[in-house]
Ligand binder design. Structure first.
Ligand SMILES: Nc1ncnc2c1ncn2[C@@H]1O[C@H](COP(=O)(O)OP(=O)(O)OP(=O)(O)O)[C@@H](O)[C@H]1O
Ligand SMILES: [Mg+2]
Length: 251
């Protein structure tokens, strides 16, 4: 049982997304054991944990790119455990995948159009594209460039724009700051604040635990595929197991 520092996350509301007692096996290996998460509308929720603790696997149970062995996934109380990814995107889940995977031979514009297509509501409208370019101005001069030649920071902006273009209610992000220079890491967290200001919920996996806890409303901590701690960020940040295991010295 996880050490729960705060029982009531937001008890009166229906969660936007809920995992109930989810386990995931890869063959005989159990990557997640009996994991439960709740993400409420407009909340930023951080998922922390060491290497191989099951963070990416958790994100994949939400995007629908891995098979759940046991337990259930709900979107606004509707069961979506075995729904295909495009259907989930159409419901309002945007995905910023690990390593900002995109089609590197396609231009930025084509990647954005495809992001919209993945939402299976047709291609992005001119307005959708314009809105994303306003949100990420550096992309304006890059729209016709192949995504593969962009810098890491530019690619991350494309990945964010692609996740946001169909106006999702929840965006899941797997280590969005990975491999970026400090100034760009700062920018990533500013973008997360902007997304939060638009009342879009965010579920974020981050190695950069302190920065994630600063922006989050709630946090879960995984170890060896189990939730070992959850609660408000200030409580998680000061929990003895966190200060030793994940946060290191105060920076
Ligand atoms: N497709 C797969 N087949 C077999 N094992 C897998 C597969 N994907 C992940 N695993 C294993 O499941 C465990 C959890 O992996 P996961 O990628 O979820 O961890 P993580 O917390 O995201 O780690 P990291 O911080 O390194 O990104 C690891 O031991 C990993 O080797
Ligand atoms: Mg991972």
């Amino acid at each position: 049982m996880a050490e729960q520092l705060q029982n009531a996350q937001m008890p009166d509301e229906t969660p936007l997304l809920q995992l109930k007692n989810v386990s995931v096996n890869y063959g005989k290996f159990r990557a997640l054991t009996d994991v439960s998460y709740r993400i409420y509308p407009g909340q930023v929720v951080a998922l922390l944990g060491g290497n191989a603790s099951g963070k990416s696997t958790s994100m994949k149970t939400i995007s629908g790119t891995t098979t759940v062995t046991a337990g259930e996934v709900f979107w606004k109380d509707e069961l979506i455990t075995h729904e295909p990814t495009p259907r989930r995107m159409a419901r309002g889940i945007g995905v910023v995948p690990e390593g900002r995977r995109m089609f590197s031979s396609l231009t930025v514009l084509e990647n954005l159009q495809l992001g919209a297509w993945a939402g299976s509501k047709g291609r992005a409208t001119r307005e959708d594209i314009a809105e994303m370019l306003d949100l990420f101005p550096p992309l304006k001069k890059l729209v016709h460039r192949p995504s593969g030649v962009l810098s890491g920071g530019e690619q991350q902006m494309v990945a964010f724009a692609r996740a946001l273009i169909r106006h999702p209610e929840l965006v899941i992000m797997d280590e969005p700051s990975m491999g970026l220079a400090p100034a760009l890491v700062k920018r990533v967290f500013e973008i997360i604040e902007e997304i939060k200001n638009r009342k879009i919920a965010v579920f974020i996996v981050e190695q950069n635990a302190r920065a994630a806890l600063r922006v989050a409303d709630y946090a879960y901590v995984l170890a060896a595929g189990q939730v070992v701690l959850e609660g408000k960020p200030d409580m998680v940040a000061t929990a003895p197991m966190m200060t030793e295991a994940y946060l290191g010295k105060r920076s």
